[in-house]
Design a binder for this molecule. Structure first.
Ligand SMILES: [Mn+2]
Length: 436
């Protein structure tokens, strides 16, 4: 590999980013210094916070680079990616401008290629690595021997279960070639009618199949179980909630953890408490970030309830300070972009996630703990509120600029005319329907 390959293959010109930053740098410095003075009055060194934030990264899903659509329709945009190579290129733009998303989470069979070591090199040349691999047993593929229409890992049909197990093991094998160390398993298994399947025996079948996948995990690998309350099944789902998830993870073994998708809970559930509970039992394995208003898991992270995102990160900082049996969650964005350019949405989401993280760092931990111990409810609440009210954008702008990203990501992206260029070069997306 040529030494200058990384620089030469990045999709956005570094000169454009430098020019963009130069125009905004004076005001960022002014705001950063003012915030630094404010924080120093409470004993906080802004540079320490900045350096910690600079180390935080979140993965993006390969499928997030396309317009997701809903169950009803999909409205493609010109220049949308149609294969893993184009998706990687778009993910490189997100990382180049945000400097916070250096890993891509692939999905199989959607991202299948013939040569995975070449794909790994291609990603590396774009400044990217691979995160958790995602299996797919929620839809049928052309030429597939057994249908998942009535379930996959929990199917009543032994041959269908075996096929689903085999697919998950294949995902692990592909992941090993890509440098991944986690397998995320979400199944759409469930029912639409009371009585359709036995609620106990369907879980037995799931656990038996999942144990076969678990047995195939290489030494350092983890298996992350993602629960979801409903959809595609609307009466019962086999792994519907964090209770089912942690029970399954505990019965499968130490290398099996739970993954929390923020949009996969019942409405108004206290997700931050779920996070604390999973951590308490050493089972917090990963996150899918998104937001929701009703029962969806599609909206951009922090777009509806940024306070909840902050409270989740407050628990994550607590967990980081008090690790139990290891604390190394896999962070990923998982949302569906129906009305925006996915690159813009994922950059804005990375910013929302890092903002919540930064505010959680700013919580006066000693003051919070002291207020909790003294049962001073108002002071405890104010310890959180005070951090949440802080405008941390100068810290994030400075982090991006110092790492080579863009101070105003959306503006720099639009100036680059990347999507317009791709709309000339890429073939149009078909009017396929439904979720990616
Ligand atoms: Mn998810």
């Amino acid at each position: 590999m040529e030494t200058n390959m990384t620089i030469s293959t990045l999709p956005i010109s570094t000169e454009l980013i430098a020019e963009h930053n130069a125009a905004l740098m004076a005001s960022v410095d002014e705001d950063y210094d003012a915030l630094g003075r404010k924080l120093s009055r409470t004993g906080v060194d802004i540079d320490v916070v900045k350096n910690k934030v600079a180390e935080f990264t979140v993965a993006v899903p390969s499928w997030g680079a396309g317009r997701g659509g809903t169950r009803f329709a999909k409205f493609p945009i010109p220049g949308e990616p149609t294969n893993i190579h184009e998706k990687l290129e778009d993910c490189a733009v997100i990382n180049q401008l945000s400097q916070a998303t250096p890993r891509v989470s692939p999905h199989f069979p959607w991202d299948k290629v013939d040569d995975y070591s070449a794909l790994r090199e291609e990603a590396a040349s774009l400044g990217l690595g691979f995160d958790a691999v995602n299996s797919n047993t929620f839809q049928d593929q052309l030429g597939q021997a057994h249908s998942y229409s009535t379930g996959s890992l929990s199917s009543t049909d032994a041959a269908t279960r075996a096929q689903a197990v085999e697919h998950n093991i294949e995902c692990i094998e592909i992941g090993q070639k890509l440098g991944s160390t986690d397998l995320t398993v979400w199944v759409g298994d469930g029912t639409n009618f009371p009585g359709q399947q036995d609620l106990g025996r369907s879980l037995d079948r799931y656990l038996d199949s999942a144990a076969e996948v678990y047995a195939a995990l290489p030494g350092t690998w983890r298996m992350l179980l993602e629960h979801k309350m409903f959809e595609p099944a609307f009466y019962s789902s086999v792994i519907s909630d964090w209770g089912s998830s942690i029970l399954a993870a505990q019965s499968l073994g130490d290398k099996c953890k739970c993954l929390v998708d923020l949009g996969h809970h019942a409405p108004n559930v206290n997700i931050e408490q779920i996070v604390a509970r999973l951590h308490r039992f050493g089972k917090l394995g990963g996150f899918h970030f998104n937001d929701s208003k009703y029962g969806d898991d599609d909206l951009d992270s922090g777009s509806i309830n940024p306070h909840q995102l902050f409270l989740v990160f407050n628990e994550l900082i607590e967990a980081e300070l008090h690790p139990r049996e290891g604390f190394n969650p896999a962070y990923m964005i998982d949302q569906s972009h129906n009305v925006t350019d996915p690159i813009e949405s994922m950059m804005a989401s990375a910013d929302a996630i890092l903002t919540a993280y930064t505010k959680a760092i700013l919580v006066d931990r000693q003051g919070l703990t002291a207020a909790q111990e003294a049962n001073d409810t108002m002071l405890a609440f104010q310890a959180l509120r005070s951090a949440y009210k802080t405008d941390t954008s100068p810290i994030l702008a400075k982090v991006r600029q110092e790492k080579g990203g863009a101070i105003d990501m959306i503006q720099a992206y639009r100036t680059s005319k990347y999507r317009e260029r791709k709309s000339q070069a890429r073939k149009p997306v078909g009017l396929g329907s439904g979720i990616v």
